[in-house]
Design a protein around this ligand. Structure first.
Ligand SMILES: [Zn+2]
Length: 463
C-alpha cells in the first residue's frame, strides 16, 4: 500500500504518475491512497476518475514554477549577478550584497602569480607542480578546508585561465538545464553565453588576460594539427580581419600555405602565401628590427619625437574643443534671441522655425566634432597609460637575438598580431608600444610580394 499526502507527492510528471496509477499499482495489487485528494484505488469512488486530470494539473504546475524560476534566474544573470554556489578561486561572496563577488585578499596574489606564469609561457602542468611544491593549498582544499589536501592539477589551472571572472566579467548561461523534467544539462555554444562586463573588481589586468587568451587559442589549434608553425595563431587577414590559417593541399609533396578562409569562399581578395618563405623572411626582419631597437640612443630620439608630436596633437585637439564650445554657446544664444523675436512678433512663426532648424543643425555638427575630438584624446591617453615593462622587453629581445631556435612562446610575448594584406604586405603589431613606435618611424612595410610570386604561380599550376 502506498500513501501520500496528496497526489502531487507521488510525482509531478504526469507520464510517470499515470504509469503507476494506471498500470503498476493495479497490476501489482498495490493500494494507493492520496489523503487530501481523497483518492483510494481500492474504493470505488468518483474521485478516482478525476485522478488522471489531477496528475496532469500537477505536471503543468511544476512546469509553470520551473519556467518562473528560470526567468527569475535569467533576469538575475542579465543583471550580472553571480548565481553559483561557490565563488571562483580568488573571490568570495560579498556578505553585504547578495550575488556579488569581492576579492579574497588571502589568495589574490596566488591568482596573479598563476596568470603571470602562464602569460610568460609556462604550461599548466608546470604551474600546478610549482604550486604543489610551494605547498599552496589547491582551490578545493582552501574552500572546504580539507584535512587531506587535494593537489593542484593542470585542469584547474586551465579552467582558471579560461575564466573571465578574473577580469571582472560574469559569464552565465553556460549550462542551462534542458527542461524541468531532466537534470541533464547541455553545453551552450560560446555565442550563447551571457557575458556581463565589470560586475566586480578584476584581479587580472586586461593585457595579461589578452596574452593568456592568445596562448589558449593557440593551444586549441595545436591539438588539431601535427605540424607546428611558429607564427600560427598570430596571423590575421589585413583585408577582412579573419584569422589566417596555415595548411597544405594534400599533394605528392605538401607545402604549407597561409590562406584566408574568406578568400576560399571568394569573399576576400587575399592570396595564398608560402608559409616557410614567410617565416624565414619575417624572422630575419624581426632580428634586424630588434637590432635597431637595441641601439637605444637612436630609439630615445625617436621616442622623444613621438612624445612631442603627441603633445602637439593633444594641444591642437584641446584648442579646437574649446573654440567649438564657445561657438556652441553663441549658437545657443542665437536660439534664445530668435525666440524672443518671435514672442515680440519681430519675425514670423515660419521664419522662426526655419532659423531655429538651421541653427540646430549647425549645433549638432559642432557637437559631433567635439565628441570625435574627445574620443581621439582618450585614445591617446589610453595608449600612454599602457603598462610598459622595459625589463621584460629587454629580456625577450636578448633571448631573441642570441637564440638560434626561436620559440613560439617568445614570439607570443613579443608580438600581438601580424596582418597580411591582399598584396602580401606584412604588418607587425608588437606587444610593446615602444617597438610599435619604432616600427612606425622606420616607415617600412615588409613586402614579400616578389619573393612569393613565383610560389603562387607554381601553386596554381599544381592545383
Ligand atoms: Zn581575408
Amino acid at each position: 500500500m502506498v500513501i501520500t499526502k496528496d497526489l502531487s507527492r507521488l510525482g509531478r510528471d504526469y507520464i510517470k504518475t499515470g504509469y503507476y496509477l494506471e498500470n503498476y499499482f493495479p497490476e501489482h495489487g498495490v493500494r494507493y491512497v492520496a489523503i487530501t485528494d481523497g483518492i483510494d484505488t481500492f474504493l470505488d469512488s468518483s474521485t478516482n476518475d478525476i485522478t488522471p486530470f489531477k496528475a496532469i494539473m500537477n505536471d503543468m504546475y511544476a512546469k509553470d514554477i520551473s519556467k518562473k524560476i528560470r526567468s527569475v534566474v535569467k533576469e538575475k544573470q542579465k543583471k550580472g549577478e553571480y548565481m553559483c554556489t561557490f565563488a571562483p578561486y580568488g573571490y568570495k561572496k560579498d556578505p553585504n550584497k547578495k550575488n556579488h563577488l569581492i576579492i579574497d585578499e588571502n589568495v589574490r596574489d596566488i591568482v596573479i602569480e598563476i596568470f603571470d606564469l602562464y602569460s610568460k609561457g609556462k604550461g599548466t602542468k608546470y604551474i600546478a607542480e610549482y604550486l604543489n611544491k610551494k605547498n599552496v593549498p589547491s582551490p578545493m582544499t582552501y574552500l572546504k578546508n580539507l584535512s587531506e589536501p587535494k593537489k593542484w592539477n593542470d585542469v584547474t589551472i586551465l579552467n582558471m585561465m579560461k575564466s573571465e571572472a578574473y577580469i571582472g566579467n560574469t559569464v552565465s548561461n553556460k549550462k542551462p538545464k534542458l527542461s524541468y523534467k531532466s537534470k541533464k544539462r547541455i553545453l551552450t555554444k560560446k555565442e550563447q553565453y551571457l557575458i556581463i562586463p565589470n560586475t566586480h573588481e578584476p584581479i587580472i589586468d586586461k593585457e595579461t588576460y589578452e596574452k593568456v587568451r592568445f596562448y589558449l587559442s593557440n593551444r586549441d589549434m595545436n591539438k588539431k594539427t601535427k605540424h607546428e608553425f611558429l607564427f600560427r595563431g598570430l596571423l590575421e587577414c589585413h583585408t577582412c580581419h579573419c584569422k589566417l590559417s596555415i595548411g597544405s593541399k594534400t599533394n605528392e609533396k605538401p607545402i604549407p600555405y597561409i590562406t584566408c578562409s574568406q578568400s576560399r569562399k571568394g569573399k576576400c581578395p587575399s592570396q595564398h602565401m608560402n608559409y616557410k618563405k614567410f617565416e624565414t623572411q619575417l624572422l630575419q626582419y624581426l632580428q634586424d628590427f630588434l637590432k635597431i631597437y637595441v641601439q637605444k640612443d637612436w630609439l630615445a630620439e625617436v621616442y622623444d619625437k613621438f612624445k612631442t608630436d603627441t603633445d602637439t596633437i593633444m594641444d591642437k585637439y584641446k584648442k579646437e574643443i574649446s573654440s567649438i564650445n564657445s561657438k556652441i554657446n553663441t549658437v545657443s544664444e542665437q536660439i534664445d534671441n530668435i525666440y524672443f523675436d518671435k514672442l515680440n512678433k519681430v519675425i514670423s512663426e515660419a521664419d522662426y522655425f526655419r532659423y531655429t532648424n538651421k541653427i540646430l543643425a549647425e549645433k549638432s555638427i559642432l557637437e559631433k566634432r567635439t565628441q570625435e575630438l574627445s574620443d581621439n584624446i582618450n585614445k591617446i591617453l589610453e595608449a600612454e597609460k599602457k603598462r610598459e615593462d622595459d625589463n621584460e622587453l629587454d629580456n625577450i629581445i636578448n633571448d631573441f637575438l642570441s637564440m638560434k631556435n626561436i620559440s613560439k612562446s617568445m614570439l607570443f610575448r613579443l608580438i600581438d598580431k601580424i596582418e597580411i594584406d591582399e598584396n602580401k604586405n606584412v604588418y607587425v603589431f608588437f606587444a610593446f608600444s615602444k617597438l610599435n613606435i619604432l616600427n612606425e618611424s622606420i616607415n617600412e612595410v615588409i613586402s614579400l610580394k616578389e619573393i612569393c610570386k613565383r610560389d603562387i604561380d607554381t601553386y596554381h599550376r599544381k592545383n
